[in-house]
Design a protein around this ligand. Structure first.
Ligand SMILES: *[C@@H]1O[C@H](CO)[C@@H](O)[C@H](O)[C@H]1NC(C)=O
Length: 288
């Protein structure tokens, strides 16, 4: 016979497990939106897969809209010869002056490195590409790709290492995404007209279907619903509350890690592309 203490302890334990698995269940948080069966939620909601063949790619979107959040997802990208394929994972609002925060993974021939492409749109204007190579093969294991989006800025991270920061410098006249709720989207599609070596390498359909996998979604985020936010608007977030991400910025050690990535793994930066911006670099490029 179980003692009352054991019963209570196991109840506490199982309710912890239950709330954890609810948070990570793709059925609760996402809808497969296109691809005619090529996108699937499996393993009781723990795993989501997208696939691409010659006829179609596939995609999903979050049920919720968010206005600020710290959003983590683990992805395992198309292995082997993934040339020509693109896996996009991003946040976006709607309308002609939309905001968007993008991760895009550009596939490659077996053994050749993926490119991680990033961009930030505010009020319909993007052209803020930064591209990175990765310090691991993103097709062998799941890795965590995170977006921290709060009123101070946007930080892109890979396995907890910041790779890019887009600060809120509205005070200098650069629009910042802060008023339009965004959904999470992802899709796997064929982009062999540009993705791999600028379009030189085409998709080899004999390797289809191509599959990318997702797991362990976690959002500490303000859910936007019927015109209001799930986060308190007037009380400033305290550093001890579960909303501490709302005021989080890069501390000095994370600044250093960001510099390390930018120095060693950045392969394209619009902020140094003076040929592209003969009238002068965008204003956000001139702030340290
Ligand atoms: C693919 O590999 C080639 C050769 O290493 C490299 O030049 C290219 O940047 C890689 N990535 C893409 C997406 O083309």
């Amino acid at each position: 016979m179980a003692s009352p203490t054991v019963v209570i302890a196991s109840l506490v334990f199982y309710s912890f497990i239950a709330s954890f698995s609810v948070a990570a269940n793709f059925y609760n948080d996402f809808d497969i939106t296109w691809g005619d069966g090529r996108g699937q939620i499996v393993n009781n909601g723990e795993l989501l897969t997208l696939s691409l063949d010659k006829a179609s790619g596939s995609g999903f979107q979050s049920k919720n809209e968010y206005l600020f959040g710290k959003i983590d997802m683990q992805l395992k990208l198309v292995p082997g010869n993934s040339a020509g394929t693109v896996t996009a994972y991003y946040l976006s609002s709607k309308g002609s002056t939309w905001d968007e925060i993008d991760f895009e993974f550009l596939g490659n021939l077996s053994g050749d490195p993926y490119i991680l492409h990033t961009n930030v749109f505010s009020q319909g204007k993007g052209n803020r590409e930064q591209q990175f190579s990765l310090w691991f093969d993103p097709t062998v294991d799941f890795h965590t790709y995170s977006i921290l989006w709060n009123p101070q800025g946007i930080i892109f991270s890979v396995d907890g290492t910041p790779i890019r920061e887009f600060k809120n410098i509205e005070s200098k006249g650069v629009p910042f995404p802060k008023a339009q709720p965004m959904r999470i989207y992802s899709s796997l599609w064929n982009a062999d007209d540009w993705a791999t070596r600028g379009g030189l390498v085409k998709t080899d359909w004999t390797h289809a279907p191509f599959t990318a996998s997702y797991r362990n979604f976690n959002a500490n985020a303000c859910i936007w619903s019927s015109g209001s936010s799930s986060c308190p608007s007037n009380s400033p977030p305290s550093s001890t509350s579960s909303n501490s991400w709302l005021s989080q910025e890069l501390d000095s050690s994370n600044q250093e890690r960001l510099q390390w990535v930018q120095k060693n793994y950045m392969i394209y930066n619009y902020c140094t592309d003076t040929k592209r911006f003969p009238q002068g670099l965008p204003s956000e490029c001139n702030t340290a």
